[in-house]
Design a protein around this ligand. Structure first.
Ligand code: PHE
Length: 334
């Protein structure tokens, strides 16, 4: 026991002193080896305590000596020395990109090839940019389509429910022709399950110029899905959004080859990946663009949904739980 006390008290910044402490305790002819040899002569009823004590002594001595050695080496480094040049390097763990980022970058890349730039906006929005400018005046029932997290009321400040808010900001700040996509996180007050979350990611697309038609919208979306999924069929299903007229839901045909395909497409093969339409003239006017001169289309797709499809992810919650076992699987993807 007094040896333990001696070691605990011991301190030195000389290499030699530490080395002789090591020899004294841990060396071949050191005290510890003596104790271990002596162990068999210890009477049985004391064996347990004796054993525990020498084991404790060994750990304490080893730790202490390593610590002192490290401290001495660090000091050498501080003085401009190089430390131990033969020490093996620290391995650097390679990280991986998050599947949301991978898919987002893929989509940005596809649209940048046909002249779209990237724009971003705040996640904390005001009522004007998230609702009113998008033809959703106060008390409009369509506001119920997107259950909102309010940060403050009167004036209303909220977590944006869609990236269409960036569309408004971009039109306010830029003159046509406009070709922009806006990726980002959006929030809705929804129950969390394997299929939906209270936050997720969208990419909004906006194209405003003279004589933009619905055919341009359809061709652009067909180009997009073909680039992303390979040869693919799309379908535009009539729908309603206050900020587009006419409006449509964008479906892609997802084959029906496996059991999982049946499940995710509910057996029809068609899967909804976003909404789209021709920008409503009221929205253009709200944003300072003359609807008699310009027209345009907009669309919004869900990044999480697409990432889940492309990487066979069955639970949306995996995308935000930061479980390294999940994230590590994307090391080979860029
Ligand atoms: N903002 C819509 C949504 O989140 C999607 C959309 C974007 C629809 C652009 C039409 C045009 O549901």
């Amino acid at each position: 026991k007094e040896h333990i006390a001696e070691i605990e008290k011991f301190t030195s910044d000389s290499k030699e002193a530490v080395e002789s402490l090591r020899i004294k305790y841990l060396g071949k002819k050191g005290l510890l080896n003596d104790f271990f040899t002596e162990f068999k002569n210890v009477p049985n009823d004391q064996k347990k305590e004796f054993g525990q004590t020498i084991n404790q002594l060994k750990t304490i001595a080893t730790e202490k000596i390593n610590k002192l050695k490290e401290a001495i080496e660090d000091k050498v480094d501080d003085k401009g020395g190089y430390g131990d040049l033969t020490r093996p390097g620290e391995p650097v763990e390679l990280g991986s990109r998050h599947p949301i980022s991978i898919v987002k970058n893929q989509i940005i890349d596809i649209f940048s090839r046909i002249g779209f730039n990237v724009s971003e906006g705040p996640e904390i929005e005001d009522d004007w940019h998230n609702f009113t400018a998008l033809n959703l005046p106060e008390y409009h029932p369509a506001r119920d389509m997107q259950d909102t997290f309010f940060i403050q009321t009167n004036p209303d400040i909220l977590l944006r429910t869609h990236t269409s808010s960036v569309q408004v900001r971009y039109m306010e700040d830029n003159k046509p022709p406009i070709r922009t996509i806006s990726p980002g996180r959006v929030y809705r007050n929804e129950a969390i399950s394997a299929r939906s979350h209270c936050f997720f990611h969208q990419i909004e697309g906006l194209y405003i110029d003279k004589n933009v038609s619905f055919a341009d919208l359809k061709q652009t979306l067909q180009f997009f899905t073909t680039e992303l999924f390979g040869k693919s069929k799309i379908r535009l299903r009539p729908s309603y959004f206050p900020f587009t007229e006419p409006s449509a839901e964008l479906d892609v045909y997802w084959g029906l080859e496996t059991e999982a395909d049946y499940r995710i497409t509910k057996g029809t093969g068609w899967l909804e990946i976003g909404g789209c339409g021709m920008v409503d003239p009221n929205v253009l006017t709200n944003c300072g663009i003359d609807p008699n001169e310009y027209s345009g289309f907009a669309f919004g797709v869900g990044i999480d949904r697409i990432a889940m499809l492309l990487h066979q992810i069955t639970d949306i919650r995996l995308l935000s739980e930061n479980d390294v076992r999940f994230l590590e699987q994307f090391k080979s993807a860029l």
